[in-house]
Write a protein that binds this ligand. Structure first.
Ligand SMILES: CC(C)(COP(=O)(O)OP(=O)(O)OC[C@H]1O[C@@H](n2cnc3c(N)ncnc32)[C@H](O)[C@@H]1OP(=O)(O)O)[C@@H](O)C(=O)NCCC(=O)NCCS
Length: 410
């Protein structure tokens, strides 16, 4: 008798085993100016393997790598070429993924869906963006009908202009609040570095410069630990004359790569892989592209609705800081204070940098570390805004969570 495929397969639990990233660099004349993008993501994949020797490489079922600009050394199906370059067996497939800034986050949710469905047991998801070699929008050819038919506002193609639009829409989100938020991001990153909280996530990268010879990138280049409010107040507003968005209260233009291992919970147990987070749910949403920075709000609503949680259940937030104003819009919406200690405990992209498609996995890697430090927190959220008007949110559960009654009993 011919076999019949099983139609009532159970949904499986997906766990975050661990994540790493390269130090982030400044695009242009920064430390990766003469380093290829594919070499950055290869360093990440090799480090994931090195940190998990109990994982036989041929058990990896997929390598999904995101890049917002998929040409040159970020093209050629970057997930597949990076897997081969990293020395994974030729039997391990790979693919490329793009949702602009949320590419890495989408790589995670895509392979997670496949793990939950039972198609994969273990997968690598990540992102890479070398904004020096591939400036934002390189070789883009938007259909003229976008503008002719007024489908999107001209501003939608300049992320900084969309941030200025948010200041217009929410007058309570003043430049002063944005600058204060940006300053705190710098201060939190400096503190996290001083306390050794960022370094464990980094894989040092060998770099070469024709002028300086070989070197090692071992820490993030963008942070400006000595920033002051007075300095921030005087910066130019490149997106609008007398605007409010500056180089100081925006993420910069950066190079970097991130990656993580995701697994079916039972497979992780079988292989002895650590469990740093459990995936609870996720949501993506579209908004008016001219105010793309509000995207994380409806995305979070979707993620919460699908998981049965509410915002008050979230004990830690990792929000991508594309622009201070857009994080403030999220916080205001949920009545969370600008300096709420649950938000971006190690600082964020304003200080660390935002190599577009890679950033989503940085948020997850940092949340995983904070979960280990905070067993009293059960749920955490990673969220980001996305170009052309979208938002992305992923909700995670802390495997280290202990209730206060459990704690009292020990
Ligand atoms: C805002 C932006 C245009 C600035 O680019 P830039 O001019 O190359 O940025 P720089 O790092 O050179 O900074 C500009 C100036 O501000 C100064 N500056 C930046 N941050 C500062 C800080 N925290 N404190 C003091 N000065 C600061 C720099 O020293 C520089 O000064 P200079 O002109 O005297 O040299 C660019 O970073 C950008 O486009 N960011 C947004 C990226 C984006 O859209 N990402 C996608 C999000 S969805």
């Amino acid at each position: 008798m011919p076999a019949t495929a099983s139609s009532n397969r159970p949904i499986r639990d997906v766990v975050f085993v661990g994540g790493v990233r390269t130090p982030f660099g400044k695009a242009g004349k920064g430390m990766y100016a003469e380093t290829r993008a594919d070499d950055l993501i290869v360093a990440v994949i090799r480090e994931l393997l090195r940190r998990h020797p109990q994982l036989p490489p041929d058990r990896i079922d997929e390598v999904a790598i995101a890049a917002a600009t998929q040409i040159g050394d970020q093209g050629l199906t970057i997930g597949r070429v990076a897997a081969l370059l990293a020395g994974l067996p030729k039997s391990v497939p790979g693919y490329a993924i793009d949702r602009m800034c949320a590419g890495g986050m989408t790589a995670v949710t895509s392979v997670a869906g496949s793990i939950a469905f039972g198609a994969y047991d273990v997968a690598i998801a990540g992102g890479v963006e070398h904004m020096g070699r591939h400036p934002m929008g390189e070789a883009a050819d938007p259909n003229p009908r976008f503008l002719a038919d007024k489908l999107v506002d001209l501003d939608a193609l300049s992320m900084g202009a969309t941030a200025e639009n948010l200041h217009d829409r929410f007058p309570q989100l003043t430049k002063e609040r944005a600058d204060r938020y940006a300053l705190r991001s710098q201060e939190k990153v400096a503190k996290a570095y001083a306390e050794g909280k960022i370094q464990p996530d980094l894989v040092p990268v060998a770099i070469r410069s024709a002028e300086l010879g070989w070197g090692l990138a071992s820490k993030d280049e963008p942070p400006r630990p000595g920033s002051t409010l007075a300095d921030l107040a005087t910066l130019k507003t490149p997106f609008r004359p007398h605007g409010r968005v500056t180089a100081g209260n925006s993420a910069g233009l950066n190079d970097g790569a991130t990656g993580c291992l995701l697994a079916d919970a039972a497979t992780a147990a079988e292989l002895g892989l650590p469990v740093q987070m459990r995936l609870v749910g996720y949501g993506f949403a579209g908004v008016d592209p001219a105010v793309m920075g509000v995207g994380p709000i409806p995305a979070t609503e979707r993620a919460l609705a699908s998981t049965g949680l509410s915002i008050s259940d979230i004990g830690l937030f990792e929000l991508n800081e594309a622009f201070a104003v857009q994080v403030l819009a999220f916080l205001d919406h949920y009545g969370i204070a600008d300096d709420d200690p649950r938000v971006n405990q190690y600082g964020g992209a304003i200080a660390l940098g935002h190599p577009l498609a890679s950033s989503g996995v940085r948020l997850m890697t940092q949340l995983a570390r904070q979960f280990a430090e905070h067993p009293e927190v059960r749920y955490g959220l990673t969220a980001m805004c996305v170009g052309i008007g979208m938002g992305a949110t992923v909700v995670w559960e802390n495997p280290h969570y202990v209730t206060s009654s459990e704690e009292a009993a020990t």
